[in-house]
Design a protein around this ligand. Structure first.
Ligand code: NAD
Length: 451
């Protein structure tokens, strides 16, 4: 059955949520405080780079299934289901900042208090929030609208940026946290079109749903830190982490995903969510030792990588120019939040190096951070001219099979520092490159002492 839905907060998650629910026939009103975003979305501009999203937005607008507005009151009044897709950024102490969520809850409470005939509402928390937040949301709404008819549900979002539309339309599972059968029924009905291939919808307790999101992100972050630690070990003992990765990844107890060594995880979720669960655990007097180690390994990983660059030049990076391929925190997104590429660039700049960067989608985000402290190339080869070496920081497909002869002739010497293991060491050695990667023994004639 078609539902009326309000989505409060139209960022990555909110926009994808709104557009995908509209695509399955619902009437969606997306609310944001950012007037410019509202106007651009209304014109069909997605702003973010997310494969498949433009087309779905355009169709939803054409079919009048989606609107964008700053009017929270109207959207709440007209909707049965109200999604909170608001930011939960880390506070200074690492805890999740709940001010957006609780502020919006108060607004919803005021709307419901003034509309005694508004009918039953399901308030859905889709943001990633610490355990216990749904209770706080309910209390905030009840404090102004004690008689309102509503349930608060936790419905954590597991989409991956770059694959967001696909993940949303074909979720591996949907998790709904609620004790209220009425809310569970609404949510089952809403998600039914997305689960026709038989993937499950789990109805669990609110607290379990809240914890599940942090557990999932911490676990994936753990795999990344695990393989990075293994990579550092492999380098020291003369093994090849990619061979080890393949060997262990084919074990069905382990599996191949998220076992790619690199320069550490980043993005808007893993770093903040790992911090937040550690903070919540501290508050409850619980030691999450594995997760704490995950974070520490991740912090070190960019340093380990830049250490190879510094080591190659015996510490003399000042005045050298480096071509950096990749600014986004991973491929297929323009998101640069907590990008490990930035950690690498920061360390190069700190040591007096110059950076010329290229990214197919993420230059705008980088400009916000670096302004004119680095130079931005308009194509990947232009970045190389006059650079001492190439540094690969994001695993974009277009970097995978480059014209190596062109790279060698543009650089001062044929030298690549590859933070994503995109290339074959033997192949690059044959082509005359000096090649440093992650968890593999460096190759080439130019390797200097001290390695
Ligand atoms: P975002 O920063 O991209 O978007 C948040 C949006 O909320 C912005 O457009 C902002 O203008 C708007 N906003 C702020 N205050 C508002 C208010 N009072 N009323 C209306 N709109 C308001 O955030 P995001 O990446 O979409 O993440 C949202 C939540 O989802 C976070 O908790 C995040 O951890 C979680 N999450 C994110 C992802 C992801 O890949 N980005 C995946 C799963 C879960």
């Amino acid at each position: 059955m078609s539902q009326s839905i309000a989505v409060i907060g139209t960022g990555y998650v909110g926009l994808v949520t709104g557009v995908c629910f509209a695509a399955s026939g619902n009437a969606v009103e997306c609310v944001d405080i950012d007037q410019e975003k509202v106007e651009r979305f209304s014109r069909g501009e997605t702003i973010i780079y997310e494969p498949g999203l433009d087309m779905l937005l355009e169709r939803a607008l054409r079919e009048r299934r989606i609107t964008f507005t700053t009017d929270l009151v109207g959207a709440v009044l007209r909707s049965r289901i109200i999604f909170l897709c608001l930011p939960t950024p880390p506070d200074e102490d690492g805890s999740a900042d709940l001010s957006y969520i609780l502020g919006a809850s108060e607004e919803v409470g005021r709307v419901l208090a003034n509309a005694p005939d508004a009918g039953y509402k399901v308030i859905v928390d889709k943001s990633t929030v610490p355990v216990g937040t749904a209770t706080l949301v309910e209390e905030r709404i009840r404090s102004t609208a004690p008689d309102a008819d509503f349930d608060v549900v936790s419905n954590p979002e597991f989409l991956r940026e770059g694959l967001a539309v696909d993940d949303f339309l074909r979720p591996e599972r949907v998790v709904v946290g609620t004790d209220a059968e009425r809310a569970a029924e609404v949510m089952r009905d809403l998600y039914e079109p997305f689960l026709r291939s038989g993937n499950p919808l789990y109805i669990v307790s609110v607290r379990s749903a809240e914890v599940a999101k942090y557990a999932a992100n911490s676990f994936v972050a753990m795999r990344i830190s695990f393989i990075n630690e293994m990579a550092n070990f492999c380098e020291r003992v003369g093994a090849d982490v990619d061979e080890v990765r393949v060997a262990i990844g084919s074990d069905s107890r382990i599996g191949p995903k998220y076992l790619f060594p690199g320069i550490g995880y980043g993005g808007s979720c893993f770093p903040k969510d790992v911090k937040a669960i550690l903070h919540t655990a501290d508050e409850h007097g619980v030691q999450l030792e594995v997760i704490r180690a995950v974070e520490e390994v991740n912090h070190r990983q960019a340093d380990v990588f830049v250490g190879k660059i510094t080591g190659h030049y015996n510490g003399a990076l000042a005045g050298r120019r480096f071509a950096v391929w990749g600014l986004a925190f991973k491929a297929n997104t323009d998101d640069t939040r907590e990008s490990p590429a930035f950690r690498v660039i920061d360390r190069l700049l700190e040591q007096g190096a110059e950076v010329v960067a290229y990214d197919p989608e993420a230059t705008t985000g980088a400009r916000r951070t670096y302004g004119d402290r680095i130079t931005y190339a308009t194509d990947m080869y232009a970045a190389l001219n006059g650079a001492a070496a190439l540094v690969v920081a994001t695993e974009w497909n277009e970097f995978r099979s480059p014209d190596f002869a062109r790279i060698a002739s543009a650089l001062a010497e044929p030298l690549i520092f590859d933070g994503r293991n995109l290339y074959d060491s033997d192949d690059l050695q044959k082509r005359g490159f000096t090649y440093y990667s992650v968890g593999r023994v460096p190759v080439g004639a130019g390797i200097r002492s001290g390695e």
